[in-house]
Design a protein around this ligand. Structure first.
Ligand code: PMT
Length: 428
């Protein structure tokens, strides 16, 4: 039976932990809980204890508790330690290596995977101090989920800062434990885990430090007239996840995105564009880059002559005829550049049938190094969804990856790309 140690921080999202404990228990996990002093302002140890069916640990210097199960055992017996909600204060204390209460002492003593689910006001999340702490913790091997964008507990406040949903947390816990069970390297280049369990070596620099990664994301909008446009169903989730993963791996990242409803990833330079031609211009301007990943769903066609004013519906008249012309192919243009071609050019292929074959043909036709092929048929839910199942098509062959969250696809892809660059450097 896998053991989850849940460290509950002091935020309004603490109430979600009750549901989290229940969901994990339903899946057969043993859940023990540690609550900070602040957490007990939001939910009671009594409620947490009743749902987890375990004594809740709250004090570092608790004679009875230490006799029963000391903080070192709490830390060591867990297969994964989940910090939820990870408040700005708790993240700061973790980043500094504090051990002045039970929660931080356990986090310092553990050798297990640590997953943090931040939750706080968007201004606190975006503050350079919090971002610095998050980067430090990532370097120390802490894994993160969220925060998500949306409405805050404070009336009228929206932004990035909501704790990940319980279902997302359960899914991530399961995938991290599966990853761990598979020996931390499942052949797809997940994070290199070394030394003590689950911790990324902190002595090595992040895999993409010093590199520039360019990513395109989202749809393009091609105007029909000033109020109408041609678009597609891309949400930008996959492309934005790639930009965020590249940033986490230490790269300088430029994200060029079409119109989307999701937040800009932190620490990334973002260029917002509307049309394919604007996207191409922004990509050209952002070069040179070491890696370029083209995840945007660029419209293949645009209206030859968009109306200057709103095209009027005329009574009893024929509908207007729209003449379409081809848009520039951004991926092909960049991949075929003689000068300032990125070392690694990665395209995506959005297919609804014969996915791999079409992607292999696309790789050759567009002269790209790798193609990430995904099935965007309606039933897969890839457009706009949280998960993706992809095939990586390279000159060496095609790999089919298991279904993962878009964040995991991004992380796996970027780890592979980092390995590619490292090899390219060695062979020079
Ligand atoms: O945004 P999400 O909701 O998360 O969905 C993710 C996604 C399905 C959009 C993404 O995973 C994806 O597949 N992106 C590529 C979509 C696409 O346009 O595929 P394509 O097969 O039509 O194009 C092939 C490649 O050429 C792509 O890398 C595309 O960015 C690029 N392209 C296409 C046309 C064009 N004019 N310029 C381009 O650069």
């Amino acid at each position: 039976m896998k053991r989850v140690l849940l460290v509950i921080g002091g935020g309004i999202a603490a109430y979600k932990c009750l549901d989290l404990i229940r969901r994990l228990a339903e899946k057969g996990y043993a859940v023990r809980c540690v609550m900070t002093k602040a957490a007990q302002e939001f939910i009671t140890p009594l409620a947490v204890g009743a749902i987890s069916n375990e004594r809740v640990a709250t004090e570092l210097f608790d004679l009875e508790g230490e006799r029963e199960i000391g903080h070192i055992r709490l830390a060591r017996e867990a297969d994964i330690v989940v910090v939820a909600p990870a408040t700005a204060d708790l993240l700061a204390r973790m980043a500094q290596g504090h051990a002045n209460d039970l929660a931080t002492a356990v986090l310092l003593a553990t050798r297990s995977i640590v997953l943090a689910a931040p939750a706080m006001n968007p201004a606190m999340w975006n503050h350079p101090a919090t971002q610095r702490n998050v980067r430090q913790l990532e370097t120390d091997g802490v894994r993160f989920i969220g925060p998500n964008a949306g409405e805050m507990a404070e009336k009228g406040e929206t932004g990035v800062g909501r704790m990940a949903e319980v279902s997302e947390l359960v899914e991530r816990i399961e995938s991290l434990l599966a990853e761990e069970a598979a020996g931390a390297d499942n052949g797809f280049g997940f994070l290199t885990i070394s030394g003590t369990r689950g911790r990324v070596s902190s002595s090595s620099a992040p895999a993409l430090a010093g590199r520039h990664v360019l990513v395109t994301s989202g749809p393009t909008h091609e105007p029909i007239d000033p109020v109408r446009y041609i678009a597609n169903r891309s949400s930008g989730k996959q492309g934005h996840a790639i930009a965020a993963a590249a940033r986490r791996l230490g790269a300088r990242v430029t994200l060029i995105t079409g119109p989307v409803q999701i937040a800009d990833p932190e620490g990334v330079e973002v260029r917002h564009v509307e049309t394919a031609r604007e996207m191409l211009a922004a990509v050209e301007e952002a070069l040179p880059a070491d890696i370029a990943v083209f995840a945007a769903a660029v419209a293949d066609w645009r209206v030859a002559t968009p109306g200057r004013g709103k095209i009027k519906k005329q009574a009893n008249a024929e509908p207007p005829q729209l003449e379409l012309v081809e848009n520039p192919d951004i991926l092909r243009t960049i991949a075929k550049r003689g000068v300032r071609r990125p070392t690694l050019v990665v395209g995506f292929a959005a297919e609804t049938s014969t996915v791999v074959e079409n992607a292999q043909a696309k790789r050759k036709a567009k002269a790209v190094d790798w193609i990430v092929a995904n099935d965007v048929s309606e039933e897969t839910g890839v457009f706009g969804g949280e998960r993706n199942k992809v095939h990586l098509v390279t000159a060496e062959g095609t790999e089919t990856w298991p279904e993962m969250s878009k964040a995991e696809v991004a992380e796996t892809l970027l780890q592979r790309a980092a390995g590619f660059l490292a090899q390219a450097r060695e062979s020079v």
